[in-house]
Design a binder for this molecule. Structure first.
Ligand code: GDP
Length: 342
């Protein structure tokens, strides 16, 4: 029998996968599920490409490129070299080994398999004990309205290097999508103890997940603490266009904006110690969200575990403050430097 899921993480790609890896090392094998954004997915060269799912898969499998945080460490690019020679579109890098997943996924989808089943089998073939769950089996595409016109996510992010100014975001196809039975069953299960929103881009990685009709409500209805980790440190993103987009949308890029963005969803927010000044903490306390503080920069494996531990500890605090008496099964394995202020 499969182990019961105790922790559900919501994740995009590189930033989310870092924390997902940390979480996977703190729970027993098989007790973590990761609900992954598929709004970045797209059709390219006739293939269905799911960058965030594959990034989380490669990270948890220990085969991810350590500096990039995406793609595989042990990779060759014979296909790309030849594609370039043939004058094909070469703006999206596809390694030879990586390509196998896209080809296999496309073949199996065409045969009528669901993305959830396909990813589950990929995960077990890679020896990944955690469950990888697409946010939906229906295609949803993050579209950005920009000063360069409407752009699919990968065209904005990779081809145009996030240069166009973002005016608005849409999640095309979301209205017709639904959460999978696997995700709904998990959220109804009594074993679930905490939901962690990884420090992924709120607009490009987490909002598409929340745009799946019914999912946001199902997350709340699970009645377990929901804790987010801020993707910003001292008002800056570690990587990618998070703060650029916030600025363009007229939102101040700080921890308070992240708390407000997730207001109504989260019970707790873990912020970086650099951001834990009295003024910010006071403003955060007024949101009613419980705040944890730690060093949230995840460079090493120890960092990933430490941030994961602090997020789970904050979830446990929320649970005990509710007086639910259930607590989480994850008292800190290591000394915690998360201080509660909310
Ligand atoms: P993508 O889909 O590959 O762009 O990745 P995500 O959306 O999952 O993550 C991007 C976000 O992760 C950015 O906003 C980064 O600031 C954030 N991020 C990346 N590394 C770290 C880290 O070590 N600590 C924190 N707090 N945030 C991080």
């Amino acid at each position: 029998m499969k182990p019961a899921i105790k922790v559900l993480a919501l994740s995009g790609g590189v930033g989310g996968a870092k924390l997902a890896l940390g979480l996977s090392r703190l729970v027993e094998p098989g007790e973590l599920a990761i609900l992954v954004n598929t709004g970045d997915d797209f059709e390219h060269l006739g293939l269905r490409i799911c960058p965030d799912l594959d990034t989380v898969l490669y990270t948890l499998a220990g085969v991810v490129h350590p500096e990039q945080g995406w793609g595989r460490a042990d990779e060759s690019f014979g296909f790309m070299d030849e594609l370039r020679r043939q004058g094909g579109p070469d703006w999206f890098l596809l390694g030879d080994r990586d390509l196998v997943l896209h080809v296999e996924r496309t073949r199996r989808l065409a045969e009528g398999e669901r993305l959830t089943q396909i990813m589950s089998e990929f995960a077990s073939r890679f020896g990944v004990a955690s469950r990888l769950l697409p946010m939906s089996d229906a295609p949803i595409s993050t579209l950005l309205e920009t000063d360069a016109g409407a752009l699919e996510f990968q065209h904005y992010f990779v081809r145009l290097r996030s240069i166009p100014k973002v005016q608005k975001l849409h999640y095309a196809g979301a209205a017709q999508a639904r959460p999978t039975d696997e995700v709904l069953d998990l959220l109804r299960s009594r074993s679930l103890e905490a939901i962690i929103v990884c420090p992924s881009n709120p607009y490009l990685s987490i909002d598409p997940i929340l745009a799946v009709p019914g999912l946001r409500m199902a997350l709340r209805a699970a009645r377990v603490p929901i804790v987010a980790v801020s993707p910003l440190i001292a008002g800056r993103a570690i990587k990618g266009p998070t703060t650029k987009i916030m600025n363009e949308l007229g939102i101040a890029a700080d921890a308070l904006a992240i708390a407000r963005h997730y207001s109504g969803l989260i019970d707790g927010l873990l912020v970086d110690e650099i951001d834990a000044n009295a003024e910010t903490l006071r403003a955060l306390a007024q949101t009613g969200i419980r705040v944890g503080v730690t060093r949230t920069l995840m460079k090493t494996l120890d960092d990933r575990e430490r941030v994961a531990d602090a997020a789970l500890a904050l979830a446990a605090e929320v649970a005990s403050a509710r007086g639910a008496g259930t607590g989480t099964a994850y008292p800190s394995a290591a000394p915690i430097d998360a201080r509660s202020v909310g």
